[in-house]
Design a protein around this ligand. Structure first.
Ligand SMILES: [Ca+2]
Ligand SMILES: [Ca+2]
Ligand SMILES: [Ca+2]
Ligand SMILES: [Ca+2]
Length: 489
């Protein structure tokens, strides 16, 4: 009894501390994980520390860089995450991106890579990069997971994950799904927000393989995600979901909201393959699409969805699904060529839509549960057709006439993140060298001027020193000058 009390007091004491563990592949201090200076250089050390502190919620902060599960050639090693851990990427201690307010996964990419052994040779890569077994309350935020070969990028057994701001890229599975695998007919739950699945290859599920078991009710949620160029060699170019028979009343929901699916491919079902193993009236499966675009997958609307079993239920609200007419449910007629969402530049992975896209302001804000930003980190609900009413679009990106994505295309500049509190990246898309920029406030006063000495097509500037608010940024090159709106937050 006394020991139990002591343990409780100890745990209370520990959880009262900031359970923050730092990882920086370039750290040179004492490497005990206590600060950026003394950060672990090896992510496994941080995971071990989190594993050895049960009951304490640990935050693991990982600097930009590439982290592999092992320095050996053992393909069975992975980053095995325990319960109660938050893994954050996108930090850069040398650039001042040191906490959750300043981390920026778009600029400072934290990559968990399965490319062990011979670099660039996938045949000797880690079977999976991240794994959890019977683990709960896990968050991965702002991390890229790539180059697994064998099982797939992430493998979960009876685990509860939230994944946000992540990029799941170029993972391969020779048995299941390329990107994320929920395996073992177990009660796993995944909530995945504002993330990208691209270039993954699997057998059943190019991006996702969900093998779910008995659970009274479970929701597998994907909101604000892009699924592009994923391939399955058998079923489900993007998603494969299998639900085993159940002896009791059970409902499984696959909710896809504000997602964009394109260029996914499989011999059977380019978009999603839904398998309710046998007909069991007490087990119901639900596929619910809202504010979502499914367009230009392999067979262009003729091989999108395959259901096996009778007790599957479909709901399509405010959705563009190629080959299906959803105009009666607030959606678009996916048989009509005029419903083409007009992606800006899909060949270069740019799935923003053009200013005359039919998906602008066609969504229903009601369906958004978790996200307040789109995949760019910009406002999720914007009046895109300038009729005075703010309304969400279909797909993972919100069209903003104020920021003029088409202007970006015409002017050939991109600026991100926007809004930003710390740094702003400016990039020329046509290789014009940047000469200078001026930042003007709403009164037209110049608050900042930077002349670039080293002329380059890509620059990062600090905006930490200007007040919050709306600004105009004039970008000058030797050939042109253009003005963009910018919000400092
Ligand atoms: Ca390799
Ligand atoms: Ca196909
Ligand atoms: Ca809108
Ligand atoms: Ca509107």
């Amino acid at each position: 009894m006394k020991n139990t009390t002591l343990l409780f007091v100890l745990l209370l004491g520990i959880s009262g501390l900031q359970a923050q563990i730092y990882v920086d592949i370039n750290a040179s201090g004492t490497n005990d994980g206590t600060s950026w200076n003394d950060a672990y250089t090896n992510l496994q050390d941080a995971i071990n520390e989190a594993t050895n502190s049960p009951g304490v919620e640990d935050d693991i902060f990982i600097s930009e860089g590439v982290y592999v599960p092992t320095e050996t050639t053992n393909r069975f090693f992975s980053f095995d995450l325990p319960s109660d851990v938050n893994v954050y990427g996108g930090f850069s201690p040398s650039n001042g991106a040191i906490d959750l307010d300043t981390h920026d996964y778009r600029t400072y990419e934290t990559i968990l890579s399965g490319d062990i052994g011979v670099e660039g040779d996938a045949s000797d890569n880690s079977n999976r990069v991240v794994k959890s077994i019977a683990s709960f309350n896990i968050l991965i935020d702002g991390v890229t997971i790539r180059e697994a070969n064998g099982v797939g990028g992430i493998e979960l057994y009876e685990s509860y994950y939230t994944i946000k701001n992540c990029r799941i890229l170029n993972n391969t599975s020779t048995e299941f799904g390329g990107g994320i695998n929920i395996l073992g007919e177990a009660k796993s739950v995944i909530t995945c927000l504002n993330s990208v699945f691209r270039g993954n290859t699997g057998v059943k599920g190019g991006a996702l393989h969900l093998d779910l078991g008995p659970a009274l009710q479970n929701y597998q949620t994907f909101e604000g995600c892009v699924f592009q160029d994923n391939t399955a060699t058998e079923h489900g170019g993007a998603i494969y979901l299998r639900k085993i028979d159940s002896d009791f009343f059970a409902e499984t929901f696959l909710d896809l909201t504000n997602c964009t699916f394109t260029e996914n491919a499989a011999p059977i079902a380019d978009f999603v393959y839904f398998d309710a193993l046998t007909d069991e009236s007490l087990t119901q499966l639900y596929l619910r699409l809202s504010n979502t675009i499914v367009w230009n997958n392999e067979d262009e609307g003729t091989d999108e969805i395959v259901f096996v079993g009778s007790f599957v239920n479909e709901y399509y609200a405010n959705t563009l699904l190629q080959g299906f007419d959803n105009s009666g449910n607030g959606g678009l007629d996916g048989n009509d060529a005029a419903s083409n969402p007009l992606f800006l530049d899909p060949a270069n992975n740019d799935l923003h839509v053009e200013s005359n896209s039919p998906v602008i302001d066609e969504g229903d804000d009601f369906f958004i549960q978790f996200i307040s930003e789109d995949l760019d980190g910009l406002n999720r609900i914007i009046d895109g057709d300038t009729n005075g009413t703010e309304r969400v679009d279909f797909g993972a990106y919100e069209y903003d006439p104020g920021l003029g994505l088409n202007d970006y295309q015409q002017n050939e500049f991109v600026m991100y993140p926007n809004p930003s509190s710390n740094v702003l990246n400016i990039e020329s898309r046509v290789s014009q060298t940047l000469q200078s920029i001026s930042i003007y406030n709403v009164l037209g006063q110049e608050v900042k001027f930077i002349e670039f000495k080293n002329l380059n097509t890509k620059k990062q500037i600090s905006v930490a020193d200007i007040q919050t608010g709306m600004y105009l940024i004039e970008i000058r090159t030797s050939e042109s000058a253009t003005t963009q709106q910018f919000i400092k937050n």
